[in-house]
Design a protein around this ligand. Structure first.
Ligand SMILES: [Zn+2]
Length: 282
């Protein structure tokens, strides 16, 4: 996909499963199971989508999926499957050493697990020449999570990057390459970021866990995992109608079927529900 000078690809780190109830918060199962049928352990299948971006001669990677540093118990719990991100990068002809910047929208394991990989029994940076960018507040929270969210944070995904001096911790919103903006959209976590790509008069917004799948487009469909669900609600009401009005592309971090869509403008203006119109990339 091309936006002016900027090129991007949607890759993924395969699929995994999470509890369907936790994924839809206060929405009753009879409603969500119609759009996301659960397995016999009440889990729904999600993708872990990443963006590979070519901008101003640099390679950028947004999100690194869950990676492969998993024990048998958690492999069973999360049911990881599919081709991993390293393989998909290789298929694009991009070697790990070529990645210049890695962005983690936040540090939950399904967004930064591929930051590191095991090298002679120890986790080490998977992208040796990259600077890794995350919000400072998210990094500090990852080091001291609460009882409620500590199952989402694994030090082996972010501490080796600290040890190698590759973190660039930021405290604000910024453009990290021409047409690549990191924007704050808190709710899921306090400092979660979304990413807006712009070029040639067009934009695409990677929504991370603000709106993880197209099923999460209606306002109250908010994950139970979110630490600040009312803030998520505010940010959804800010971003989704804006994306629809501007005719931008919406990119979904966990949708396995529709990673990219246009949002229906007429419906949005009438105050009806916003609907996703899938866009095929390439
Ligand atoms: Zn996630």
């Amino acid at each position: 996909m091309r936006l002016g000078e900027l090129e991007f690809y949607i890759l993924n780190d395969g699929l995994f499963r999470l509890d369907g109830g936790a994924m839809f918060g206060v929405i009753p199962r009879p409603m969500w199971e119609r759009v996301a049928p659960p397995d016999d352990r009440n889990r729904i299948t999600l993708a872990m989508n990443s963006l590979l971006i070519r901008a101003a001669g640099k390679w950028l990677l947004v999100e690194t999926g869950a990676g492969d540093k998993w024990d048998a118990k958690r492999r069973d719990i999360y049911a990881f499957e599919g081709r991993g991100l390293p393989q998909q990068l290789a298929e694009r002809g991009v070697r790990p050493e070529q990645i210049d910047i890695v962005v983690n929208t936040h540090l939950h394991f399904d967004h930064c697990g591929g930051n590191t990989q095991m090298v002679s029994g120890k986790p080490a940076p998977a992208f040796p020449n990259a600077r890794y960018i995350v919000q400072r507040g998210e990094f500090e929270h990852a080091r001291r999570p609460t009882e409620r969210d500590r199952a989402s944070y694994f030090p082996e995904n972010f501490e080796p990057i600290a040890a190698s001096g590759q973190w660039e911790l930021i405290d604000d919103e910024r453009e990290i390459a021409p047409g690549v903006e990191l924007l704050l959209a808190p709710g899921h976590t306090k400092e979660m970021m979304i990413v807006r790509l712009s070029g040639g008069g067009q934009s695409a917004v990677f929504l991370a866990d603000l709106v993880p799948t197209t099923a999460h487009i209606p306002d109250p469909w908010i994950m139970g995992f979110d630490l600040y669900p009312l803030t998520t609600l505010e940010n959804k009401k800010k971003w989704l109608p804006e994306i629809a009005r501007q005719g931008w592309l919406a990119l979904f971090g966990h949708d396995r079927v529709v990673p990219a869509a246009r949002l229906d403008l007429q419906s949005a203006e009438r105050g009806e529900k916003i609907t996703a119109v899938p866009v095929a990339l390439e």
